[in-house]
Design a protein around this ligand. Structure first.
Ligand code: GLN
Length: 493
């Protein structure tokens, strides 16, 4: 018999509906799996009581014929989402002990749809990172290992590293992530799962701890494309509490899921063939091109001429917004307060921020403050805003000749913990393929496409037009069906 933890979102929902097992049994299986896998450090807080209560409600709903779209599905929630009464730290020590008295819109929507919460998932501090190593609560360890016999613990990617590890290790059927410049897609690629960042504005940012507000988007991470579609449907929708929320109906992504992409033109951006990327990445990309062609797509070479400016632009805009957003952590309003024996309010601010923020967050605050300063605003922030507009225009032009883009998700497979943490630029380079779609606010998804020579997952990215998540998901499904990716990490934890 398959273990209940082998079942993903759709299978749990359907199994509970069909009476194959109870929601309580499923939640108990997942709660036990979470406890057993503590060595991965994927969860910073476990909330079995929440998952079990939602499961009991699901079983009662079934008895009353009142099942909801996510009845029977326990989820992991990234710790960037404020959860009522449950510690929400954004991976930072400065928010240790912060228990919001409100629920983020996205988590509230998931719970209203019947889902339960297994716990809060570890992440890079304030979502700044690509390896989960900047977390104030310790790195997450990827469930994957290289097949070279070496035992080097690997990074699960970041910043949604806890979400990625939990889904890949099958201790959660699905999880929420957030993506500012790749934090759903890159970790999904590193651990062999699927994840989608929707169009900016699809998911409300209300109650999500802000990193870079013009880029931040929530999205699901799950074992396959269908599960992503189901979760995204529950997470999306207009919210008057977020001024950038899109006032549009939520499409029926799951019902309209189809791997038939006949006639769709898929663009292959030539600027994404960059030097120094391992050949295996190029080979997986070529296979992806063949798969989409096989699914009926027409492949066209396209150009996004400003691609090379995307990373520097992102690393001006994101820190600038972050430096402003993080000003609120002053020791007065939330979490940590460090009051030096001597001194006044200013000294308290300084001591709190010095103790509460980690080195990467401090680096971003300094960069952001610098690029926004009176003397450098025009040279950096203003210039970056203009380049961002050019990058967005590149995409608008490209949609004249294609409907979707296919690229690798990340320029490498997962690296070992510690391998890049001393070199911020090497770490930032990880986002090279993910950041352009973020700057343009476009929907983008990563799906697993194969393994590299060391037995580690590689992902392919599909980018779509604004609001065209359906075709992104459909192309993702076409790849999923052809890639036949069934590899999973051996349970050593
Ligand atoms: N790795 C990128 C950064 O460190 C993206 C993070 C994210 O998307 N939250 O900023």
């Amino acid at each position: 018999m398959t273990a209940l933890t082998d079942l993903g979102v759709a299978a749990l929902r359907d199994g509970v509906r069909d009476g194959a097992f109870s929601a309580r049994e499923a939640a108990e299986a997942y709660v036990a799996a979470v406890e057993k896998a503590r060595g991965l450090n994927a969860f910073v807080v476990e909330t079995p009581e929440h998952a079990l209560a939602a499961a009991d409600a699901a079983d009662a709903a079934r008895a009353n014929g009142a099942l909801k779209p996510l009845s029977g599905v326990p989820l992991g929630i990234k710790d960037l989402f404020c959860t009522e009464g449950v510690q929400s730290t954004a991976g930072s020590r400065i928010l240790e002990g912060f228990r919001p008295n409100y629920e983020s819109t996205v988590s509230a929507k998931l719970f209203e749809a019947g889902a339960g919460m297994l716990g809060k998932l570890n992440m890079d501090e304030f979502a700044m990172g690509s390896s989960n190593e900047t977390s104030g609560y310790g790195a997450v360890i990827s469930p994957w290992k290289r097949n070279d016999g070496g035992n080097a613990p690997l990074a699960p990617g970041g910043s949604s590293g806890g979400s990625a590890a939990a889904v890949a290790a099958r201790i959660a059927p699905g999880a929420t992530g957030t993506d500012t410049g790749g934090s759903i897609r890159q970790p999904a690629a590193f651990v062999g799962i699927s994840g989608i960042k929707p169009t900016y504005g699809r998911c409300s940012r209300w109650g999500i701890v802000a990193f870079a507000s013009s880029l931040d988007q929530a999205g699901p991470m799950a074992r396959d494309v269908r599960d992503c579609a189901i979760l995204l449907e529950a997470m999306s929708g207009f919210d008057p509490k977020d001024s950038t929320s899109l006032d549009l109906p939520v499409p029926k992504w799951e019902a309209n899921l189809s791997a038939d992409i006949k006639g769709k033109r898929v663009g292959i951006p030539k600027e994404y063939r960059i030097d120094g990327v391992p050949e295996e990445i190029g080979r997986v990309w070529d296979r992806g091109i063949d798969w989409l062609e096989d699914a009926g797509a027409e492949i066209v070479e396209v150009s996004l001429p400003h691609t090379k400016y995307a990373l520097p632009t992102y690393y001006i805009i994101a820190p600038a917004e972050a430096s402003s957003n993080l000003a609120r952590y002053d020791g007065v309003r939330y979490g940590l307060r460090v009051q030096p024996d001597q001194g006044g309010l200013q000294d308290m601010y300084e001591a709190t921020r010095a103790a509460g923020f980690g080195p990467e967050v401090k680096r971003r605050i300094m960069i952001g403050t610098y690029v926004l300063s009176a003397g450098f605003y025009d040279a950096y922030f203003n210039r970056a805003q203009k380049v961002r507009a050019l990058i967005a225009r590149d995409f608008e032009r490209v949609w004249e000749s294609c409907d979707l883009l296919l690229t690798p998700t990340a320029p490498s497979a997962a690296f070992a913990l510690g391998e890049k943490s001393a070199d911020p630029i090497a770490m930032y380079l990880n986002d090279v393929f993910a950041v352009p779609a973020s700057l343009a606010g476009l929907p983008a998804m990563s799906v697993p496409a194969g393994l590299d020579g060391q037995g580690l997952p590689l992902g392919l990215q599909i980018v779509g037009k604004a609001l065209d998540e359906q075709n992104v998901l459909n192309a993702g499904l076409a790849i999923e069906e052809r890639a036949g990716f069934t590899a999973r990490p051996e349970a050593w934890w």
